[in-house]
Design a protein around this ligand. Structure first.
Ligand SMILES: NC(=O)c1ccc[n+]([C@@H]2O[C@H](COP(=O)([O-])OP(=O)(O)OC[C@H]3O[C@@H](n4cnc5c(N)ncnc54)[C@H](O)[C@@H]3O)[C@@H](O)[C@H]2O)c1
Length: 329
């Protein structure tokens, strides 16, 4: 229900992640959903009926007709830049899904469009808003486990399963495979946990996926600007699912099971920590964007930050291709 003064939010894309956006908008005081866009009208219509909003198949027409205050971009990666720039040019604030775009160059175009239009942009790096991650970051910052020494991040998932939309496995549309889609979560997690950015990268990747032309696995060794070393190991081939980050200090260890739990060891076996969940990650993202709009301030996940993740991803591919360590720029 739209209240006077509510900012009107439209979501581009009625795919897998769209409901998370609409549920968060509904839960955020000061925001109200107004429209959804999908080239597949049946999908748009189903979402529109559920949330009692309007359905469109053309994002340009929707933006010109509805004039939303906020546009959430939950589209295939190759459409992020084009839609973000169009929405910015029409004065809409942006909730832009990760990865920000296909390349650093595209990120720069979005940043420039945002500056010209003086709009707020939040890049949806959800890792920043997950309760266990926030808890882990507090422990890192408290110093209670001593000096942070290194981070080891591992993710296994059947990336080429039939249910995954085809665009994810076509490099021109996705920007890459498991590393572009899920590796960017890991790069982001490491940067955000350490309050730093990645400085250099050595990577090796493989291409044995059952469809498409994207990588299906990768091993990355990286160092942050502060010199913290980390590894990211990801496999999209058949195997047992895992999504864990071990954070190693001089006086103990943390194990983050993303979206599930946080564990601590001070020399003995891991013990589960109690983590207080205040709100769903997407609700925190939307309230952060709303605060930035109201205060005319920077969002907690700025487009410049989103660009840094793409810069690291580009270094991953350069290193895998050349066989040499790459500096991130
Ligand atoms: N933050 C997270 O944890 C998280 C989780 C999942 C996905 N994502 C991101 O969200 C975005 C969307 O992913 P998804 O899994 O929902 O993908 P999806 O394929 O399920 O949905 C994308 C939708 O866009 C529609 N579409 C394609 N071209 C269009 C166009 N020109 N105009 C309008 N609609 C069009 C498709 O029909 C589809 O319904 C991606 O950036 C992805 O990386 C983020």
């Amino acid at each position: 229900m739209l209240d006077k003064g509510d900012l009107r939010v439209a979501v581009l894309g009625a795919g897998a992640i769209a409901n998370e956006h609409f549920d968060a908008v509904q839960a955020t005081e000061g925001l109200a959903a107004c429209a959804v866009v999908d080239i597949d009208y049946a999908k748009a219509n189903e979402v529109a009926n559920f949330y009692e909003i309007k359905a469109y198949t053309d994002y340009r027409l929707m933006i010109q007709t509805e004039k939303p205050d906020v546009v959430a971009i939950a589209l295939p990666h190759f459409l992020h830049k084009e839609t973000a720039v169009f929405a910015a040019e029409h004065g809409c604030h942006l909730m832009l899904e990760k990865p920000m775009a296909l390349s650093v160059l595209e990120c720069d175009e979005i940043i420039e469009a945002g500056r010209k239009a003086d709009i707020r942009i939040l890049v949806g790096h959800t890792q920043h808003y997950m309760a266990e991650n926030i808890h882990a970051k507090k422990i890192i910052q408290s110093g209670e486990l001593g000096k942070l020494v290194m981070i080891h991040d591992i993710r296994h998932t059947n990336y080429f399963e039939d249910s995954r939309p085809q665009w994810f496995v076509e490099k021109a549309k996705s920007g890459g495979g498991i590393l572009a889609n899920l590796g960017t979560h890991s790069i982001d997690k490491i940067q955000w946990l350490t309050d730093s950015t990645v400085r250099q990268i050595k990577a090796s990747i493989s291409y044995y996926g059952s469809r498409g032309n994207v990588e299906g696995s990768g091993i990355i060794y990286l160092e942050t600007v502060e010199g913290i070393p980390a590894t990211i190991v990801q496999s999209g081939y058949l195997g047992a699912s895992r999504n864990e980050t071990e954070i190693i200090f001089t006086e103990g260890m943390l194990k983050l099971v993303t979206g599930e739990s946080l564990w601590m060891s001070r020399g003995d076996s891991y013990k589960k920590l109690e983590t207080v969940i205040t709100a769903a990650p997407f609700e925190l993202q939307y309230s952060d964007l709303l605060t930035a709009i109201r205060n005319h301030s920077e969002t907690s996940c700025s487009p410049e930050y989103g660009r840094s993740v793409l810069a690291a991803l580009e270094a991953v591919y350069r290193s895998a291709e050349s066989g040499l360590e790459q500096v991130v720029y």
